[in-house]
Design a protein around this ligand. Structure first.
Ligand SMILES: Cc1ncc(COP(=O)(O)O)c(C=O)c1O
Length: 381
């Protein structure tokens, strides 16, 4: 059954309508399923977790899905299952949420950063290759499909084979995005999804690891359940990274709607790009060949000198907006201890000064979209 997309606008103290940057879509179906699970009394692990895993893996075209407590634990479990050990190096992007690189630190491994592509904001295959040649023994490459735009999976699959590293996809922002018509999360050795409240599908907090590899799947299952193997013995040190039945129930309701929400995000993005592409000082998102993005964020680029004023203007017109990410990971104080500093990834550093995300979520109305365009045009006219 189709769910009508409606939302309550947030009221400001002046009682003015605000178009929020992100907006989870939760309705009757989620409420009913949660009520059913509570009535059943089975609120920790249970059959809804299994159904959620199977349905999400099928939706993405992966052989195995393992539900976990959040996207960060999904990344951590995926890395461990791909045999990343203390002291190993993992190549990744500095332009992502900090959890991407922190999951590498959680393994006792060392994040090694390559720069991003200035048009896609994703890890640059050319710079990744430069770093892979310079650094010896990189154990894994972790790509992020940032803002829902697939990274160049042909190039990274080739690089991972050539340099003998595992390829892990951080799909936290990319549910349903496709590379050459293959859904992301089904291409690398393992993939991690987040189902946090603001993601394209949510379970409140939650995550999923996907893989096509039976051995990796078995190791993830063990890692997330205190190292317990199929014979109820504990052979490795694991964690409690399990998802609850309640959260999985919400996830089942969410992924049913996901294809439609993704279509709506794409249509919203298309409208915005058509309307905004004429502004010479604003750069709209690209859709490179082979990509079908999921538009977790619709991110434009403006000159660094006007970004604050632009955002203040949008807020004054009731348009939510945000910056993802104002500080690249290698410039975070936590990473100073690893010897990283400004200047090592100049493309990411410049992007961090210029990007702004505008609302693109599926609850936007035609009126909302016109209001966003009008506010942006008004600033640049
Ligand atoms: C790119 C990326 N990686 C990892 C994560 C971590 O996910 P979670 O917040 O569910 O732990 C997030 C989201 O928060 C993310 O956006």
């Amino acid at each position: 059954m189709k769910k009508t997309l409606t939302r309550k606008h947030t009221d400001t103290p002046q009682n003015r309508r605000i178009i929020p940057l992100v907006h989870p879509v939760l309705g009757k179906e989620e409420k009913n399923i949660v009520a059913k699970i509570i009535d059943s009394g089975i609120i920790a692990s249970g059959s809804y977790v299994e159904t959620f895993e199977t349905q999400f893996a099928r939706y993405c075209g992966a052989a195995h899905g393992i539900a976990v407590s959040n996207g960060t634990t999904a990344l951590h479990a995926a890395l461990l299952a791909c045999s990343v050990k203390p002291g190993d190096k993992v190549l990744t992007t500095p332009f992502s949420f900090i959890a991407t690189a922190n999951s590498i630190l959680h393994c006792g491994a060392i994040p090694v950063f390559a720069d991003i592509d200035p048009a896609t904001y994703n890890l640059s295959p050319a710079d990744a290759e430069r770093v892979l040649r310079r650094e010896k023994n990189i154990k894994a490459i972790m790509v992020v499909h940032l803002y829902g735009l697939p990274a160049d999976m042909d190039a990274f699959t080739k690089l991972s084979k050539k340099h003998g590293c595992a390829l892990i996809e951080d799909c936290a922002q990319a549910h349903g995005a496709q590379w050459r018509k293959r859904t992301v999360g089904s291409i690398g050795d393992a993939a991690a999804f987040s189902f946090y409240a603001t993601k394209n599908a949510t379970t409140g907090e939650g995550g999923v690891v996907l893989t096509n590899d039976n051995a990796i799947a078995a190791r993830v299952r063990q890692i997330i359940n205190h190292g317990r193997d199929g014979h109820a013995t504990h052979t490795i040190l694991g964690f409690n990274y399990r998802l609850t039945n309640i959260a999985a129930g919400i996830g089942i309701a969410q992924i049913k709607q996901l294809p439609r929400w993704t279509q709506k995000r794409r249509a919203n993005a298309r409208f915005l790009t058509n309307q905004l592409k004429g502004i010479s000082t604003l750069i709209t998102p690209v859709e490179p060949p082979n990509t079908t993005p999921a538009y977790h964020q619709y991110t434009v680029r403006v000159p660094a000198g006007v970004r604050d004023a632009f955002m203040t203007h949008l807020h004054s017109r009731g348009i939510g907006c945000g910056v993802y990410y104002a500080t690249p990971i290698h410039q975070q104080p936590l990473y100073a201890g690893l010897g990283y500093k400004a200047g090592i990834c100049p493309v990411a550093e410049q992007a961090a000064r210029e990007v702004v995300s505008l609302p693109v979520h599926p609850l936007l109305t035609a009126r909302d979209l016109r209001a966003i365009v009008a506010a942006v045009n008004e600033f640049f006219k």
